[in-house]
Design a protein around this ligand. Structure first.
Ligand code: ATP
Ligand code: MG
Length: 651
């Protein structure tokens, strides 16, 4: 934010939803958790670490003697994969389904915990045969198939940190990440299915490995998924089906230090060049596991959990792999796109597997709003009992739509705020406890300390906005940016003393609940008022003709910045002069005249990252007639050409 004034607090949302009685009565977590954590935060986390199986129990909880470099449970030892797989089999749950895999072409595979243990053991033996030892980095560039989960667990089992790269990224993006992590092995596939067609992956690996910085890669392990023609480098490339199935299904997991590196993952690049976030073992697993248990109220015997994120995003790491599997959950893993072969594919999957908990992103919800509620209405979604959201602030209107058309006006919604850096959820309602407010993540989870402060670092009073900060270290916090401690310090710990700066704007409402207001970099300064992009976007989305909106501040000679809005209309709406005027008036009515957009441009698509986040910085480049910044994490770069071609030259 570029002025001393805190964020204006414009949006009023008065709807409230109490937790269903039945859920509240049997909830995994009750109000006691907040009390325990408030009484002794470290004691609380030590108790949560006890949910895991340690080969050496930690005696120390937090070592904060060299801030901001934290050590959690430092003298404890454990194996992450043992916790996610073996111990469930030992406890007699080997026959429980771990993964219901649904391929895009309609092929399906069911993998029990006992089978997962065998597969992961074979893959761990295979990596060992390729010479991978503890500490070596392994890059994983796979579609959403069971081998992606198996590969991650195999790496964790032998202490080789993985770096998962989105299957949709280019050879360049892949090369940078392989180089930055200095990986020894790349695990990939010939291709995967996307939008009804096989889409090649291996050529991007071949190309990436011709680039400088990737010389450390010795082997490429290739899963055959699509069967398409694939170039082959003799001596370097190995088929998964040649190497893995002939391995022993016995593998003894070795215990690693709690601070042993578990993975490196690059952020999605919404605000700039992606950062290689480092997560370690014991603290990460403790918080991923606890939050999954608490926020999703998971009952492993009866729930069917589905997180729609890609495995290449942190949500896939923490809430497909480590959280759910450490809790012995049964889950759905889906390879493809939501509209292949038809726009009801997700709802069909929920009906087929009886999904009880769905975790997805606002971008998907808004897309379904655009397609219309008659599509989910054709399917039986009555198995659902809980819905979750992550990735961006959810507009209140999208929240209400989600609850009504997916959750039958019955299921609670948990809006979970967290980041790649935080490793696991930080701010979220608890489904059996919190009376929810559409658009608000509300409360720091038990054991988490978060607040909103102003430019001077003072906590803002209820009813005001400012910067979201975390005021105490947490178990699953990033340990550093891989290979760049200085950037770690500069990015997160230099803006405010002793507090982690999240980079997000937020406000506290009259009850002290937290509302996320978008990136601080995106906050607009109009005639001396700081205005959040999120609030203007939510006002636009509350108009019945708008499905999705992205708002940026473009420099303006009179007002400093002027609000420019890009909107996607709902299915039946058509664009005309009157509509633009109607939308401007609507925003002014919702938020006040100061927030009225100067320009509104209906567009067919918005620029998004592969994890579905709107890249406002690119829209700002467009609105200000600048050359586009880093576009390497964009899903589809032609979207920008389309938008630019619609835009009249700026005055
Ligand atoms: P980069 O840091 O490279 O710009 P990124 O921040 O988009 O990338 P992620 O770590 O995937 O990468 O995203 C975390 C961000 O997503 C948060 O800082 C926040 O802005 C947003 N976010 C996630 N969940 C929520 C939520 N429930 N409500 C509001 N914002 C959210
Ligand atoms: Mg970020």
């Amino acid at each position: 934010m570029s002025s001393n004034e805190s964020l204006a607090n414009l949006l009023k949302e008065e709807r409230r939803f109490a937790p269903p009685e039945e859920l509240a009565a049997a909830a995994n977590v009750t109000a006691e958790a907040y009390e325990q954590a408030a009484a002794d935060r470290l004691e609380f986390w030590a108790a949560q670490a006890d949910r895991l199986t340690w080969s050496t129990k930690p005696t120390e909880t937090l070592d904060w003697s060299n801030p901001p470099f934290a050590k959690w449970f430092a003298d404890g030892k454990l194996n992450v994969t043992y916790n996610c797989v073996d111990r469930h089999v030992e406890a007699g749950h080997g026959d429980r389904v771990a993964l219901h895999f649904e391929g895009e072409p309609g092929d399906a595979r069911t993998i029990t915990y006992a089978q997962l243990k065998d597969e992961v053991s074979r893959a761990a033996n295979a990596l060992t045969e390729l010479g991978v030892t503890a500490g070596d980095r392994v890059a994983i560039y796979l579609p959403m198939i069971p081998e992606a989960v198996i590969a991650m667990l195999a790496c964790a089992r032998i202490g080789a940190p993985h770096s998962v790269v989105f299957g949709g990224f280019s050879a360049d993006a892949l090369a940078t990440r392989i180089g930055d992590a200095d990986a020894r092995v790349v695990i990939t596939a010939d291709g995967g299915y996307r939008r009804g067609k096989p889409s090649a992956l291996k050529p991007a690996v071949d190309e990436a490995l011709t680039k400088p910085g990737t010389e450390g890669v010795r082997s490429v392990l290739v899963v055959r998924r699509t069967g398409q023609e694939t170039a082959w480098a003799e001596g370097r490339d190995v088929w998964w089906h040649d190497l893995v199935p002939r391995q022993s299904d016995q593998h003894t997991p070795q215990a690693f230090d709690a601070e042993h590196p578990l993975f490196i993952l690059y952020t999605s690049g919404t605000t700039g060049k992606p950062k290689g976030i480092l997560h370690t073992t014991g603290g990460y697993l403790t918080q991923a596991s606890y939050t999954h248990h608490a926020v999703f109220d998971l009952k492993p015997e009866t729930d069917v959990f589905w997180c729609t994120a890609d495995i290449g995003w942190v949500t896939g790491h923490s809430y497909i792999v480590y959280g759910p599997l450490s809790n012995g959950a049964t889950q759905v893993l889906y390879e493809g796109t939501p509209d292949s072969p038809h726009q009801g594919r997700w709802w069909e999957i929920i009906q087929k597997y009886g999904v009880t908990i769905l975790y997805t992103a606002p971008t998907a919800i808004r897309t379904y709003m655009k397609w219309g509620e008659d599509i989910p209405a054709k399917f039986d979604l009555s198995s659902l009992r809980l819905l979750g959201s992550v990735g961006e602030p959810i507009n209140p209107e999208a929240w209400v739509w989600y609850r009504k058309h997916i959750g039958a006006d019955r299921t609670p919604i948990v809006d979970t705020w967290w980041q790649t850096e935080t490793g696991a959820m930080m701010i979220s309602p608890l489904p059996g406890l919190t009376t929810t407010k559409p658009g608000s993540a509300q409360t720091p989870l038990p054991g988490i300390a978060a607040t909103v402060i102003d430019d001077e670092g003072n906590e803002v009073p209820n009813g005001s906005g400012g910067y979201l900060v975390l005021t105490e270290p947490w178990p699953s916090m990033l340990r550093t940016i891989w290979g760049d401690d200085q950037r770690y310090l500069d990015t997160y710990w230099s803006r405010f003393e002793n507090r982690y700066f999240a980079g997000d704007g937020a406000k506290k409402d009259e009850d002290g609940d937290i509302w996320l207001l978008g990136r601080v970099d995106d906050v607009m300064l109009v005639s001396g008022h700081n205005i959040s992009t999120t609030e203007v976007e939510s006002a636009l989305v509350s108009h019945p003709k708008v499905a999705e909106a992205a708002v940026v501040g473009a420099s303006d000679p009179t007002t400093g910045q002027a609000i420019a809005a890009f909107v996607i209309l709902r299915g039946s709406a058509t664009e005309d002069e009157n509509l633009v005027e109607e939308l401007r008036t609507h925003v002014a009515k919702q938020l006040g005249p100061i927030a009225k957009p100067k320009r509104i441009l209906p567009v067919a698509e918005l620029p998004k990252t592969r994890s579905g986040k709107i890249m406002r910085r690119l829209l700002r480049d467009v609105a200000e007639n600048r050359q586009l910044g880093d576009v390497t994490t964009l899903t589809d770069s032609t979207v920008m050409d389309l938008i630019q071609s619609k835009l009249p030259a700026a005055p």
